[in-house]
Design a protein around this ligand. Sequence first.
Ligand code: ADP
Length: 434
Amino acid sequence: MTRPLLGCIADDFTGATDLANNLVRSGMRTVQTIGLPDDAVAPIDADAVVVALKSRTIAAADAVGQSLAALRWLQAQGVQQIYFKYCSTFDSTPAGNIGPVTDALLDALHGPGQGFTIACPAFPENQRTVFKGHLFVGDQLLSDSGMRHHPLTPMTDANLVRVLQAQTRRRVGLVAQDVVARGAGAIRERFAALQAQRVGVAVVDAVGNDDLLRIGQALAGMPLVTAGSGIAIGLPQNWPAAQRLATGASADALPPASGHSAVVSGSCSLATNAQVLAFKQAGWPAFAVDPLALAAGDDVVGAALAWARPLLAQGPVLVYATAESAAVQAVQARLGVARAGEIVEQALSAVAKGLVQAGVRQLLVAGGETSGAVVQALGVERMAIGPQIDPGVPWTAVQSPACPGETLHVALKSGNFGSTDFFTKAFAMLQGRT
Ligand code: ADP
């Protein structure tokens, strides 16, 4: 039994998995909780714990309240450092929630108006870099990228010092890349100089993985870190592997997989459409869920499960609502965007639960919202993070009331992630480890 060293608060669900995946890849055994665990839950046995909140676009006061509750729970777990994780495109508005949550966490840890932390959404491996305080998405400034049209958090300014200053009561400063390039000592000196100027939050440049490692080293002992998932790559080096050596377990070790396998797909992204097509072309059985039949009240869930049950013994099955954009738009025109999304999510999560009750123990879910609905329907409270299938998508092991006392392996794939052969690759990988 080990106690977590790093306690993370993620402002959305798939972002939490992305962070947990980076921590595991860097050698920390990581557990992710869905929302704030209730106090009755046993202590976490891991090096890092990620509390997944859905606080990115809710009212700032609610985001602050939930984040502080998560902080208190993590402190009770005995963690040594807090990591507030947000999007690598710094998704926020002048109302928040990055600034207000950062202020509240610093106030709680250091006293009102006190303390110091960094802000760094950089994740160079995923084309997010910060230079002279400006965030780039690939070759474009954030403000020239598609993010300028985001419906909830349009990002029209790439200057993160300015963006963050509009959201926080503390002074915002910058640690520029030339300082970062000189290493952890130079970065710490700059932190001290900024604090002497009463700066409370420093945006930190990072243009490559080496920068993340240097920054990570400089963050040793800092009570609060705020960042995207990239900074996680540089933090584990600060904790000698003593804990992990003591357990003898590798960071991504999961219990062996068993049972039948299935894919439930509600994502309509280009990548998922290609993955569904490739799975069907490889000869695996697939059942299409028709949203209009659902809206008409047909028992589509019952039909999908009756179709799937006799096939499960022969290999993975796919139940999908995935469709190309013209078909989706036609459905949305008939049902409305929200209702279409809701009835499909409800149906697919009921299918997922039925499949688990029918013996599926290896479940792949495609779609961010779909994943949220499925995990909720399965009553999952925490996920042990395992090996990465493709960037951003690890296998996880969970417990569910749908299969009491048994381990269920789950992979949650957000829309555009994963190679075309992702579905078959994911199951092959799990078989290879059993
Ligand atoms: P992604 O990660 O690709 O964005 P999500 O699961 O987050 O996938 O979102 C896809 C949304 O589209 C879900 O709300 C899902 O219920 C809905 N959906 C899936 N298939 C269809 C369809 N054929 N018609 C209309 N809406 C659909």
